[in-house]
Design a binder for this molecule. Structure first.
Ligand SMILES: [Ca+2]
Ligand SMILES: [Ca+2]
Length: 308
């Protein structure tokens, strides 16, 4: 009796090969492209499909590619010789065909060409706080408000560097921290801040930290530089793990008459804007996989199927 097969739904976990190519760009920063090739299992005369997905290193689909597929019969002769694949959206390209009546494993080779991208870099202030709203949520480029504890406040007292307000820490328990927006895709971020200290004695300190998964000391202020005059400090953040980051300050002085002030804190960094550099230059990204084809009326050579 003829058996009825339910649709072959189970996608074989076909080889997924990842190929890495560089976009050339003005900063020679690496940009990776990921290609995953999928086939599945079909029977003779099925409408069959192989497809692939192209993603960049931010897992965003690459849609401006041109992709071709080559399919080999189980005896390694050519069945499809680099036919164009159809773009379906979201970085997915597919090739549809009628499954031939030769059972076995078909090797699939894909090749995509992607226009080369370059980018311009514009340096801007991506994070800033001058404290001029007088509370914990001024400025821009931050992912949350300031968290203040102990003797830490935003005040007009003591003379701001710019405007009326600044951040002030006193005594031995002041702590101020604020998380910044994701810095993952910026170039050469540099942290600037204006700081002044006053009335430090020996063994009195204040600290600036940067968190990138663990805390790193940016600078320690000590007795002898506590002249109550604002000075600018800069810290190159390129060497840290950029993504989820926090800037923090801590006071470790003796009393309420010892002062650490911060104003006009900012991160300056390069922002990338991509463009197609040259219509005649392309990257080639290759991938491979396989699909299985089996007879309609027998379970022979069918590795995975569902019977009703
Ligand atoms: Ca200010
Ligand atoms: Ca003191």
């Amino acid at each position: 009796m003829k058996k009825k097969y339910i649709a072959i739904l189970i996608i074989l976990a076909i080889l997924s090969l990842f190929y890495f190519y560089k976009y050339t760009d003005t900063e020679s920063k690496e940009h990776k492209i990921h290609i995953k090739v999928f086939g599945t299992e079909y029977q003779f005369w099925d409408n069959a499909r192989v497809w692939l997905q192209l993603l960049d290193d931010n897992n965003q689909p690459i849609n401006n590619a041109t992709c071709f597929v080559q399919i080999f019969y189980p005896d390694n002769t050519i069945f499809v010789n680099f036919s164009g694949m159809n773009f379906l959206g979201n970085g997915i390209f597919a090739y549809d065909f009628t499954a031939p009546n030769i059972s076995g494993v078909y090797m699939v080779i894909t090749k995509c060409t992607i226009p080369k991208l370059e980018y311009n870099i514009t340096y801007v202030n991506i994070t800033y706080d001058g404290f001029e709203c007088g509370t914990i949520n001024c400025g821009y480029g931050w992912s949350d408000y300031w968290y203040l504890s102990g003797r830490a406040d935003i005040t007009t007292l003591g003379g701001a560097y710019n405007g009326s307000y600044h951040l002030r820490l006193r005594a031995n328990n002041g702590w101020a921290e604020r998380p910044v927006n994701n810095l993952n895709d910026v170039v050469n971020p540099i942290l600037f801040m204006w700081v002044k200290t006053y009335s430090f004695e020996a063994n009195e300190y204040a600290y600036a930290y940067f968190w990138d998964g663990s805390w790193h000391l940016l600078r320690r202020w000590v007795d002898g530089e506590d002249d109550n005059v604002y000075k600018i400090y800069s810290f190159n953040l390129s060497g840290y793990s950029l993504g989820n980051n926090i800037i923090a300050f801590e006071s470790d002085m003796s009393g309420l008459g010892d002062f650490f002030y911060v104003d006009d804190i900012k991160i300056q960094a390069g922002i990338k804007s991509y463009y197609i550099a040259n219509e005649t230059e392309y990257f080639i990204v290759r991938g491979s996989g396989e699909l299985h084809i089996s007879p309609r009326d027998t379970t022979e050579d069918v590795s995975i199927n569902i019977l009703s």
